[in-house]
Design a protein around this ligand. Structure first.
Ligand code: GLC
Length: 419
């Protein structure tokens, strides 16, 4: 175990650039990603608090004036990634993408503050970080729920972080692909094509992006014009938990964020309303067609992370979770292997992802200690046996995607070193 701890630290340090950390050391992702950076900060906090804070500060330096934190920041001129900054054509101080990613940063900061002593020197930095995160949450509430429903929307599958999940299959199938698309993917040059999204997915990703670029990513327009508008269960669960955590942290720093209370209550109520007794599952919603999206995705269990105030539903969730991929040796598969959309290798359509296990583990800890310990043990074993990869097969643990993957290293450190 010792050896893997040192290896994990080395991966983070080797992937570190000027104030931020790449998701991996191979050529797949040559920039800073939003939720990757949050997870990465947690790993650093166990051996270098400065790096942890700096990771977040660098991400927040790319925050737009309206409050959005982009899903990618392109800190250098590298154009080997597609789509790179020359095609997004936006960003405030730092060239960026024009969409966001799961706002897990407040929850990560809360864990770091709970574990580490913050000295005078760090105090001011932390306050600045918290204020920027608050602006980010206000942005979600204002622009991603303009009709004040209590649920926030994502407007692009990339915003979810689980890019080609089957949750998006139906909403994506309704999108007419732009006929004039000219682009060249770069991911297939460094990854196996059967482990990556399909061309038909990419065509649609780019079609939506081009639509946003045409209106200059104006947040007042995107919600209504976007051909993709989904209320995703996992994303709302992360947002709800992060809002609760932000409110808690703000109190320790004498900041008054009481205005968050109203959205938190409504968000929780409406999220609970997405539980379907009939399907015994949470259902995401396609706002373009008003249809429910019933896919047995591990991301639906992020509702455990949200600490919903409903014991009956939490118990049901845990019972379902125990059946999610009970027939396989490695858990959790991103999609239930018994479902028709499951694919052992294709990215977010089946493989095991360490960040999903980690989020579910956080949610289980205060609800089913025994099972949470089992999940922790199995996740640690998977990494110790196979190494720090991007994703793994649930059938045999075979490794896929990038190696030396930063969030796998970082979250391993948290699992092994947490109190
Ligand atoms: C992929 C993943 C996304 C992640 C990024 C960088 O796009 O789908 O969740 O943030 O790679 O690791």
């Amino acid at each position: 175990m010792k050896q893997r701890i040192e290896e994990a630290k080395k991966i983070l340090l080797d992937n570190r650039k000027n104030g931020y950390t790449l998701p991996t050391n191979n050529k797949l992702y040559p920039a800073q990603w939003n939720w990757d950076s949050a997870f990465i900060a947690l790993g650093y906090s166990y051996f270098n608090l400065d790096y942890a804070l700096e990771e977040m500060e660098t991400l927040l330096a790319g925050q737009w004036d309206d409050g959005m934190i982009p899903h990618i920041l392109f800190h250098d001129d590298d154009t080997t990634y597609f789509p790179n900054h020359t095609t997004w054509k936006c960003g405030k101080n730092i060239p960026s993408s024009g969409i966001t990613q799961p706002p897990v940063i407040a929850s990560i900061l809360k864990i770091i503050l709970g574990n580490q002593e913050i000295n005078e020197g760090h105090n001011n930095r932390v306050v600045q970080i918290i204020k920027k995160i608050k602006k980010y949450h206000d942005w979600f509430i204002k622009f991603r729920d303009p009709n004040k429903t209590g649920l926030i929307s994502i407007l692009h599958p990339w915003e979810s972080g689980y890019d080609n999940s089957p949750i998006w299959d139906v909403p994506m199938s309704n999108i007419n692909v732009d006929k004039e698309l000219h682009y060249q993917r770069r991911d297939l040059e460094v990854s196996n094509s059967d482990e990556r999204p399909l061309k038909k997915d990419y065509d649609r990703y780019i079609t939506i992006r081009d639509q946003f670029r045409e209106v200059n990513y104006d947040p007042n327009k995107l919600y209504n014009i976007s051909v993709f508008n989904v209320v995703d269960v996992g994303f709302n669960a992360i947002f709800l938990k992060a809002s609760k955590d932000l409110l808690k942290i703000s109190k320790s720093f004498d900041l008054d964020f009481q205005d968050l209370n109203e959205f938190i209550s409504l968000n929780e109520k409406r999220l609970l309303g997405l539980f379907s007794e009939e399907n015994n599952n949470f259902l995401s919603q396609d706002l373009k067609t008003n249809n429910n999206l019933n896919i047995p995705s591990i991301t639906n269990y992020f509702t455990l992370f949200a600490d919903l105030n409903d014991d009956k539903i939490n118990k049901k969730l845990i019972a379902n979770l125990k059946n999610h991929n009970s027939d396989e040796k490695y858990f959790f598969s991103s999609i239930d292997p018994k479902h028709e959309t499951f694919n052992e290798k294709r990215y977010w359509r089946g493989p095991v992802w360490i960040n999903c296990n980690w989020l579910v583990y956080q949610g289980l800890k205060n609800k089913d200690k025994e099972y949470s310990n089992l999940l922790k043990k199995r996740t640690i074993e998977l990494i110790e046996e196979k190494g720090f990869h991007e994703y793994y097969s649930c059938k045999n643990g075979n490794v896929m995607g990038a190696n030396n993957f930063s969030w796998s290293a970082s979250l391993y450190l948290d699992l092994v070193l947490e109190n």
